[in-house]
Design a protein around this ligand. Sequence first.
Ligand SMILES: *Cc1c(COP(=O)(O)O)cnc(C)c1O
Length: 393
Amino acid sequence: MTNYSFETKLLHNTHKVDPSTGGVSVPIHPASTFHQKSIDEFGKYDYSRSANPTREALEEIIASLEGGTRGFAFASGMAAISTAFLLLSQGDHVIISEDVYGGTYRMITQVLSRYGIEHTFVDMTNLESVEEAIQPNTKVFYVETPSNPLLKVTDIQAISKLAKQHGALTFVDNTFLTPYLQQPLLLGADLVLHSATKFLSGHSDVVAGLAVVKDEGLGERLGFLQNSFGAVLGVQDAWLVMRGIKTLSVRIQQSSSSTLKIAEFLAEHPFVKQVYYPGLSSHPQYALSNKQTNGPGAVLSFELKNGQVFRTFVEQVKIPVFAVSLGAVESILSYPAKMSHAAMPEGEREKRGITNCLLRLSVGLEHPEDLIQDFSQALKAGQGDRLTVPLPL
Ligand SMILES: *Cc1c(COP(=O)(O)O)cnc(C)c1O
């Protein structure tokens, strides 16, 4: 089994066939409780918050894809992240990527702070500033790479090493790349987190979260917290995530190849101030991205030249849905300032480069030329009447 390539493992894993019927799809077990044969002998399952066969199948699949020993499925990405933070205690300190997902920012600044858990935001691409932020009570290094929405790439191996030297754990939010493109546990991280709502499911039709660990003791602790906090994933949703995972590699391959084409188009365009995509050789961590991943993924961000171009572009662009979220079969254009990062005060956003003219694009499965043509016409419209010299579009 372990000798298969990743693509094959997506389909041919221990849950390929239901052992009791031969069914080629994991059965959905809606039971909340399980009959026990006797006082002395309890079965493997007793109550579905603690363990459920359908959820367990997904947990085993994600653990194997991430190269971990145990997986956990939660009701959302934030439920997975929040439960992982429960590993911390009052007085502990977290070092965290500064342009982290808005919901994670909210959890750490507005919830965990009330429980006496401290944090320092740092630019994780700068190892010196990470080292400077270390305190005697630092217990977790929280990394999002590539980061959201500026696609900064953090050296997972270097951070994990630093964390180990200080007796701290490394958590990595792997939502943007999935284990198909990046396997943080193999680079030394302790805990991998996912919003499975995104690429893993891939069809904008389920909200789910996953966590995977390598160390069995850490797995015991996280399993205890999953059961205690109780934010588990429902069985219908677990089944949808498993179905999505089967096509992960083909979806990501197609979308990533289109993303590079679009990034190149945007980078050349006079109305685009900046493109953030680790697949462009101009990206500051291009070499690191090539080293630690199997590809730069299917999300890019770009900043338009000014407010007029920005507004017209959003009004005129036709193919992508204009929405929060990412990682779906349809392209999704988002406005971080008002969507994913609305929980971040404007000053904090601007400091991080999340300006009011920044857009994030998650590339779906449309033909890339259709997307490029669409963007081209929407940018051209932004030229308006004010420019007297026509730009070569
Ligand atoms: C969406 C997202 C989350 C939160 O996941 P939900 O499923 O929406 O709760 C966390 N991290 C990243 C990088 C995300 O994109």
